[in-house]
Design a protein around this ligand. Structure first.
Ligand code: LMR
Length: 394
């Protein structure tokens, strides 16, 4: 039967990660996959997480199953972090999942079960795994324009124009903060206008929030989600703990689905539980438990927040350094947006050929659409990278 399989186009982020690993040049620089790295190029375990792990080693007495939807403490602490008091908890259903990607997959299956004809609207561009999973699950999709190629800011008018075509019951997929791949984000006034339009159309928000704490701050990065949660009768959220807790391989994600009322919520909760059962049965627990411990213990939480804030401000400083270095190298402010963007990524606006030259001639790896990982920069590599970008851009 396997002879019937057709070759699968590899995800461009994973493809690049493989090429980087295979490159034997000592001066190679990885600005590809979205993994945080410190100035030494390491992805350290956060102290708060390591300390929670030590405590868990002592306290954990069983590895028996949790609930199908994961542990209640994880749901509560994550809902408090992301949603705060924007919505009554008896309207929120939960399902812990293998990573934020698992949450996206479960939400798409939930949509397919509840509303098979709904169209999912994605930003153009978006994280490449969004369309990949949407197509695989077999739901309809459309795109809305998002980035102004000239200013590298959100092309808000174009976005609103496109969203004006959304039909009642359609789902609009939004990045809660730190848009991936562009780094360009809506401000709160714009979020309000998007909400007004979607409410008028009867559309349902689906928010992917994978970088809370990497943009303007832990609370600030959740404001858009809470604005929507406070206004919409129904909403879906895929939250990831991979980046802000640095627990990538533990696969820790959560679905939060808001229903119109507690009665409807029971049905939603039942469906999410059933979807977990048929797809993977029980979700991984180790990462979820660490997150719960960190969020509910004052000492661990304070430690984690300090570390996360260091990560965030470190990336902001690197943005500034690269923008300044590019200004000096190109004698222009055309890369000034790098300092204004927020989150782990920006798209430089280089052509695929220029990106290819960066890789082959300078051993600098970024995604073909010229998305680069800010955390891949450091004080030593910024001047090298700025010079190389200016060279290929001449
Ligand atoms: C990224 O966009 O690089 C990250 O979200 C990692 C991934 O899985 O693609």
């Amino acid at each position: 039967m396997f002879e019937n399989l057709t070759e699968q186009a590899p995800d461009k982020i994973m493809l690049l990660a493989g090429m980087y690993r295979a490159d034997t040049r000592e001066n190679k620089i990885d600005l590809g996959v979205g993994v945080y790295k410190n100035a030494k190029g390491e992805t350290p375990i956060m102290h708060a997480v390591k300390n929670a792990e030590r405590q868990l080693w002592d306290a954990e007495v069983t590895k028996s199953y949790t609930a199908l939807i994961g542990d209640g403490g994880f749901h509560t602490s994550m809902a408090d972090l992301v949603l705060e008091d924007s919505v009554d908890r008896d309207r929120v259903s939960f399902a812990a999942t293998p990573g934020g990607t698992g949450a996206i997959r479960q939400i798409l299956e939930l949509i397919k079960a509840a509303s098979p004809d709904a169209t999912i609207w994605m930003s153009d561009p978006t994280w490449p795994n969004h369309p990949a999973i949407i197509n695989y699950v077999g739901v309809k999709s459309a795109t809305y324009r998002y980035l102004d190629p000239e200013t590298r800011t959100v092309s808000f008018e174009a976005m609103m124009d496109d969203l004006a075509d959304v039909k009642a019951g359609d789902v609009v997929l939004l990045h809660g903060c730190c848009h991936n791949p562009t780094g360009a984000n809506l401000n709160l006034v714009q979020w309000g206008e998007v909400a007004d339009l979607m409410l008028a159309k009867g559309a349902v928000p689906f928010v992917d929030i994978a970088y809370q704490g990497f943009g303007d701050g832990l609370r600030e990065d959740g404001e858009a989600v809470r604005l929507l949660a406070g206004r919409f009768p129904e909403m879906m959220i895929a939250a990831s703990c991979s980046k802000n807790f640095g627990i990538y391989r533990e696969r820790t994600g959560l679905v939060m689905a808001i229903s119109e009322n507690p009665k409807a919520n029971k049905m939603t909760q039942g469906m999410l539980s059933s979807l977990n059962r048929v797809n993977f049965s029980f979700p991984p627990d180790h990462g979820a438990r660490l997150v719960t411990m960190v969020l509910t213990d004052d000492t661990l939480r304070t430690e984690w927040k300090t570390e996360l804030e260091d990560v965030r401000t470190g990336m902001l400083a690197l943005r500034r350094q690269l923008a300044d270095a590019l200004q000096a190298e190109t004698n222009s402010n055309r890369f000034g947006f790098v300092a204004e963007h927020r989150g782990m990524f920006s798209r430089l606006g280089l052509t695929p050929e220029q990106v290819e030259r960066l890789r082959t001639e300078y051993a600098i790896y970024m995604i073909g659409d010229s998305r680069f990982n800010v955390a891949g920069l450091n004080a030593n590599t910024v001047p090298i990278i700025a010079k190389a970008i200016a060279e290929v851009d001449r």
